[in-house]
Design a protein around this ligand. Structure first.
Ligand code: HEM
Length: 369
């Protein structure tokens, strides 16, 4: 089973290739003191260090005590590429801990966009964990371990599980979302270190709080799909919503997924509509060649809504060093897009991903506390 090192200047799970399964959990901190918050961050660091390594699990020797761990993995812990990424919400920088002066510059409460119908119990949270691995049981094992070790200090607020199609874990093809479209084609390449420093990671030349260097802003949007309506929509309309062909992922009128959409040769939007998701998301004006965010989304599937509709959709996740020019401005360009007829954002929030645990720190977040 593969292990991913959680240490370094940056946390794992941001530019890491997407694992197959994920769980996003937002917590509120119940402790009211800075000491309590420090304890939480220390426990999280310790559990992440433990859970991301191979272990033989401890035997239970006293049957009058609860077992040491859930037992759902048998006798051995195999992380299956587990990463656990810790981020802080803007509510953590309120009066409780005296951290207001250190709030990351762009961190704010996520407010409603025109097509949103935000449900408060699916929004916000002081701390989020993005837990990803290549099997659902490895994700669940980590979720239960963390809740068991933190429940004196953290109260879960919302949780959403995600998945990607299993045939894509060979890293060769782009994941397909629940509309049946390849999702991630135009994404900024994670292997381009220079680009990631330009788009994703806060660096020491950015005008940010100094403790933020190495971190990133995380935007999470829980978006429900109207799939009954979508599945009765003609293929041509489906494709025009995105500006791409359904099976190949190629820009409309082109053959291959990675073909350039050549907006300059289509100045009137005859081929790829001005209103298409891709053209609105990235108009590719001369001064704007690449996306200003890195997307890392998952599909979700819950039960049925109370009207009997499928409750399925997308956990949209993006990482960027500038929340405004990254997620917020992109979403503003998308406001009013025809795709909105099929989607309803109902939850999520904005968070700041802590810098990684490098050798100067004894626990994640030590530079802030
Ligand atoms: C591109 C799906 C929401 C930003 C795409 C593509 C698809 C897609 C199929 C084309 C393939 C690709 O380049 O990945 C969806 C769905 C969404 C959604 C189903 C929600 C229901 C969002 C949101 C944002 C966003 C909320 C940001 C605010 C982008 C960007 C691109 C893109 C930047 C790349 C455009 C390009 O460079 O060509 N999306 N998306 N998307 N999407 Fe979304």
């Amino acid at each position: 089973s593969k292990t991913i090192n959680f240490k370094g200047d940056h946390q794992a799970g941001v530019i890491t290739k997407e694992q197959k399964d994920a769980s996003f959990i937002a917590f509120d901190v119940t402790s009211e003191t800075l000491d309590g918050l420090e304890t939480v961050l220390k426990i999280l660091t310790e559990r992440i260090a433990y859970l991301t390594q191979d272990h033989v699990l401890p035997a239970n020797t006293d049957d009058k005590l609860p077992p040491h761990e859930s037992g759902i993995l048998g006798r051995a812990l195999k992380p299956d590429s587990l990463t656990i990424t810790v981020a802080l919400g803007d509510s953590l920088f309120d009066k409780r801990f005296g951290l207001a002066p250190f709030k990351p510059k762009y961190l704010q409460t996520m407010t409603s966009f025109p097509n949103d119908r935000l449900e408060p119990n699916w929004c916000g949270g002081d701390i989020t964990l993005q837990i990803c691995a290549d099997s659902p049981e490895s994700v669940i094992y980590a979720v239960r371990d963390i809740i068991q070790h933190t429940n004196r200090y953290l109260s879960p607020r919302w949780k959403m599980d995600g998945f990607l199609p299993s045939r894509d874990i060979d890293n060769k093809s782009t994941a397909i979302n629940l509309f049946g479209f390849k999702d991630g084609t135009g994404n900024a390449s994670a292997s381009d270190e220079k680009l990631m420093n330009e788009l994703v990671w806060v660096t020491d030349t950015d005008k940010e709080q100094s403790w933020c260097v190495g971190g990133s802003y995380q935007a999470i949007r829980l978006i429900r799909f109207n799939l009954e309506f979508w599945d009765r929509t003609p293929l041509e309309d489906q494709e025009n919503n995105f500006g791409r062909h359904k099976i190949s992922g190629a820009p409309i009128g082109m053959k291959h997924e990675q073909d350039s959409p050549e907006f300059d040769k289509d100045p009137h939007g005859d081929r790829i509509l001005f209103d298409s998701h891709m053209r609105r998301a990235e108009p590719r004006n001369p001064e704007r060649h690449t996306a200003k965010l890195r997307r890392r989304s998952y599909s979700y599937s819950l039960g049925l809504s109370n009207t009997g509709a499928l409750d399925m959709g997308l956990i949209f996740v993006s990482y960027q060093k500038n929340l405004k020019t990254g997620f917020i401005d992109t979403q503003k360009r998308l406001n009013g897009e025809p795709l909105e007829r099929y989607i309803k954002p109902f939850g999520g929030g904005y968070y700041f991903v802590l810098p990684g645990l490098n050798n100067d720190q004894s626990y994640m977040g030590a530079n802030l506390i």
